[in-house]
Design a protein around this ligand. Structure first.
Ligand code: SF4
Length: 397
């Protein structure tokens, strides 16, 4: 197992840090963008050394992929593994492979591009390619074994998914495209996993990677975290993926604080009510104010409650982002401005294509949020930079 996004410099408080970064030549479609272009991830020489250490040739190589616009690094990895392990089959899966399936099939160089997240289908595919029989070929997300984090040379943190998918359908989000349906694990089995990593591997930072950790908390999050408390687990928890604001009541806020959730991020996106409704109705302004009140009462200072606000939605004016920032600040939390990244096959992608000066359909590099893909006169890249700087400087009271 090689994690190409392993950090080289773990200077963060919670086992986090900086990725390796290598400045490389800009791909042709981005030639006119006045920014440097870098490849994030293990440098090639480190990767090659790792491969050379292998005692046996692999039966199969599985490569995952993240954001759609990160595909050049993925292609490079396919090429490197191809060159070293000549006839070993390469499967490419993950987010890019699912959302840009045709692009990946045409250009990636992988033998098989796997779309979606169905474990049974993956096992079938691996079984066919390697002529291996699996003991439990019908494993589904809810009862698969834990990820093989024990293969890391040093384990500073782990990520856990207690659920897959999300019952909402926000127009900018790909959750339902990546997982067909909404599945949750048994809360006690999640507590088992948390206890396993903390007790056996002394991990003291766990990040939840659920899209919908807090949905119906009385049957999932509350029993799960009560079980964690009962077992005396001591660990810092993090929620880099936004939490559902509507689900935060007094009990949930208290549990978050008591259990040691350090990084609280809430998905708000905008304070303009019409746009909240039109993009999926996951939250209202009143619900945000209420959630912040409960979190503060539980013990969180406003500066630690990060509220995501989306900037650069198709047709959005800079005034909307400014209004949302002021609203969040007024409610006593910390606004975090994030650039909208157009995601293929989402309803908002069609709008984005109309608005964007870039060819989003043809070239995934243009989905890169740092180029501010839906910039226009009403919300320019320099408007965004000015706002971001302003938000960074202001301290929440
Ligand atoms: S609530 Fe969050 S995860 Fe669910 S669809 Fe909306 S943005 Fe995606």
């Amino acid at each position: 197992m090689v994690d190409c996004l392993d950090f080289y410099n773990k200077t963060g408080k919670y086992g986090d840090g900086n990725f390796f970064k290598t400045r490389i030549e800009k791909p042709a479609p981005l030639k006119l963008i006045p920014r440097h272009f870098s490849q994030y991830g293990l440098p090639e020489e480190i990767l090659l050394k790792r491969f050379l250490l292998l005692e046996e040739k692999p039966d199969l190589i599985g490569i995952t992929s993240g954001m759609t616009h990160w595909y050049p690094g993925v292609f490079k990895l396919v090429e490197i593994t191809r060159n070293i392990f000549k006839e070993v089959p390469v499967i490419l899966g993950g987010i890019y492979a699912t959302l840009c399936y045709d692009h990946a099939q045409k250009h990636s160089g992988a033998d098989v591009v796997f779309k979606g997240g169905n474990e049974r289908e993956v096992l079938k595919l691996i079984s066919n390619l390697t002529h291996t029989e699996f003991r439990n070929p019908n494993s589904a997300f809810c009862n698969i074994s834990y990820p093989a984090f024990d293969l890391y040379p040093q384990l500073d943190y782990v990520s856990i998914a207690t659920s897959r998918g999300c019952p909402f359908r926000c127009t900018y989000c790909a959750s339902h495209l990546l997982t067909d349906g909404f599945y949750r694990r048994d809360p006690v089995s999640v507590a088992d996993e948390i206890e396993y990593w903390t007790a056996q591997f002394h991990v003291n930072n766990i990040a939840f990677y659920d899209d919908a950790l807090l949905i119906e908390p009385e049957t999932h999050f509350i029993p799960m975290m009560k079980e964690v408390i009962k077992r005396g687990v001591e660990c810092n928890f993090h929620t880099p993926n936004a939490l559902h604001i509507r689900a935060i009541d007094e009990t949930v806020a208290d549990l978050l604080f008591r259990c040691g959730f350090r990084t609280i991020r809430l998905g708000f996106e905008t304070s303009v009510e019409k746009n909240q409704i039109e993009t999926g109705g996951k939250v209202t302004n009143k619900e945000l104010q209420r959630a912040i009140r409960y979190l503060k009462r539980a013990g969180y200072p406003g500066e630690e409650i990060g509220i995501y606000i989306m900037a650069g939605l198709p047709g959005q004016r800079v005034g909307e982002a400014e209004e949302s920032i002021a609203f969040v600040r007024e409610a006593g939390a910390k606004p975090i401005l994030v650039e909208y990244s157009p995601i293929p096959h989402t309803p908002l992608f069609e709008e984005a294509k109309k608005f964007s000066p870039f060819d989003l359909e043809k070239e995934p590099l243009f989905h890169n949020n740092t180029i501010f893909p839906c910039q226009w006169d009403g919300f320019t890249l320099s408007d965004f930079r000015r706002l971001k700087e302003k938000v960074r400087k202001e301290i929440v009271g």
